[in-house]
Design a protein around this ligand. Structure first.
Ligand code: ATP
Length: 302
C-alpha cells in the first residue's frame, strides 16, 4: 500500500530504451539524477578544482528531454528551448542550450532544433540534474543528427560543461576520479529502495569546497569512517545542522545507511524493502515537501 500523502513522489518502472528509438528528427531521452555513494575530496589542483574519488550512482528519478528538428527555413531563434520549470532560464545560461549550441557550431548543423525539458529532478539539490540534462542533450544531438560520436568522445565533450557531465553520458554505477572525468565501470549497485529528501536550503558548491580546503589547511579534519562516506557532509552540516539531523532521522526510520549527496542539501537513505521505504518516506513527508522513493538505475544513455 502506498502512503496517502500526495507529496511523496513515486516513479514508474522503466520500460523504454533510452534514448527512445528515433522517428526521423525526433528523440526523447531520460536524463537521470545521481547520488554520490562515496565522495572523497582529494588535493586541490593548480586550476583550483579538487581531484575527487567518488562512486556515482544513477537513480531512476529523471528529467525527460525531447529534441526535435524544425524543417521550416529561417526559424529564429535557431535553438528553441522550453522547460516546464519556470524558475530555470531557457537561454545561454541553461546547460542544455550551451550543449546544443556547441554542437550546432562545431558540426555546422543547419537545421533549427527545438528542445523541451520536463524537469522532475529538484534543482540545485546535489542530484546533478543540470549536468544530466547536458549529457542527455549531447547524446540526443549525436543521435538525431547522426554525428557518430562514441561514448568516449561525448564524455570528452561533456567535460567542458561540468565535472559531472562525463559520468552522465553513460550513467550507471561508476568510480569517478580526476575532477570526475576518469571513469571506471563498477558492479551494478544492489536494488535498494532509496529514499531521497531534499531540504529547501540553498547550498553553494563552491563555498563548500572552499570551506573544506580551509579546514584541511588547519589540519583539524577528521576522516569519516562510515560505510557511505561523503567528505562534504561535515562541511555542509556545519553550515546547515539540519542535514546531519536528517541523516540521523533517516537511520532511525530504518535506513541501513544514509548520507548527503554531492555538496547537498539532498540526503538519501538505503532501504531493504519497498515497504520500509514507504513508511520512512511518509514520515519524512510530514515535515519535508520534496521526498522521493527511487532506485538505482542501470539503463544507459549510450
Ligand atoms: P552542482 O552541484 O553541479 O552545482 P546540482 O545538482 O546541485 O549541481 P543543478 O540542478 O544541476 O544542481 O543546478 C545547478 C545550477 O545550474 C542551477 O542554479 C541552475 O540555474 C543551473 N542550470 C543550468 N541549466 C540547468 C538545467 N538544465 N537544469 C537544472 N539547472 C540548470
Amino acid at each position: 500500500m502506498r502512503p496517502s500523502s500526495q507529496n511523496v513522489n513515486y516513479l514508474p518502472d522503466n520500460c523504454i530504451e533510452n534514448p527512445r528509438p528515433t522517428v526521423e528528427g525526433f528523440v526523447q531521452i531520460k536524463a537521470f539524477s545521481k547520488i554520490n555513494l562515496n565522495l572523497e575530496v582529494l588535493e586541490r589542483r593548480a586550476d583550483n578544482y579538487h581531484n575527487i574519488r567518488s562512486v556515482m550512482q544513477s537513480l531512476d528519478l529523471h528529467d525527460t528531454l525531447t529534441i526535435k528538428t524544425e524543417t521550416r527555413a529561417g526559424d529564429n531563434p535557431f535553438i528553441q528551448l522550453e522547460c516546464n520549470n519556470p524558475t530555470l532560464p531557457v537561454d545561454e545560461r541553461n546547460l542544455v542550450y550551451q550543449a546544443a549550441d556547441y554542437m550546432v557550431k562545431k558540426y555546422g548543423i543547419r537545421q533549427p532544433v527545438r528542445i523541451r525539458i520536463d524537469k522532475r529532478i529538484p534543482v540545485a539539490a546535489g542530484l546533478g540534474g543540470g549536468s544530466s540534462d547536458c549529457a542527455a542533450t549531447l547524446v540526443g544531438m549525436n543521435q538525431i543528427f547522426g554525428l557518430g560520436l562514441t561514448a568516449v568522445g561525448l564524455r570528452e565533450m561533456g567535460l567542458r560543461f561540468g565535472a559531472d557531465v562525463p559520468f552522465n553520458v553513460t550513467g550507471g554505477t561508476m568510480l569517478a576520479e580526476g575532477v570526475g572525468e576518469v571513469l571506471t565501470e563498477l558492479t551494478p549497485y544492489p536494488s535498494y529502495r532509496i529514499v531521497l529528501a531534499c531540504l529547501p536550503i540553498a547550498v553553494s558548491t563552491k563555498e563548500i569546497f572552499d570551506r573544506l580546503a580551509e579546514i584541511r589547511t588547519k589540519a583539524d579534519y577528521v576522516q569519516n569512517e562510515k560505510k557511505l562516506n561523503n567528505d562534504l557532509t561535515p562541511i555542509t552540516s556545519s553550515l546547515h545542522p539540519e542535514i546531519n539531523e536528517l541523516i540521523t532521522r533517516m537511520k532511525r526510520l530504518g535506513a541501513s545507511d544514509a548520507d548527503m549527496s554531492g555538496s547537498g542539501p539532498s540526503v538519501y537513505g538505503l532501504f531493504e524493502s519497498e515497504r520500509a521505504a514507504q513508511t520512512a518516506a511518509q514520515a519524512l513527508n510530514e515535515t519535508i515537501k520534496n521526498v522521493y522513493i527511487t532506485r538505482p538505475e542501470r539503463m544507459r544513455l549510450i
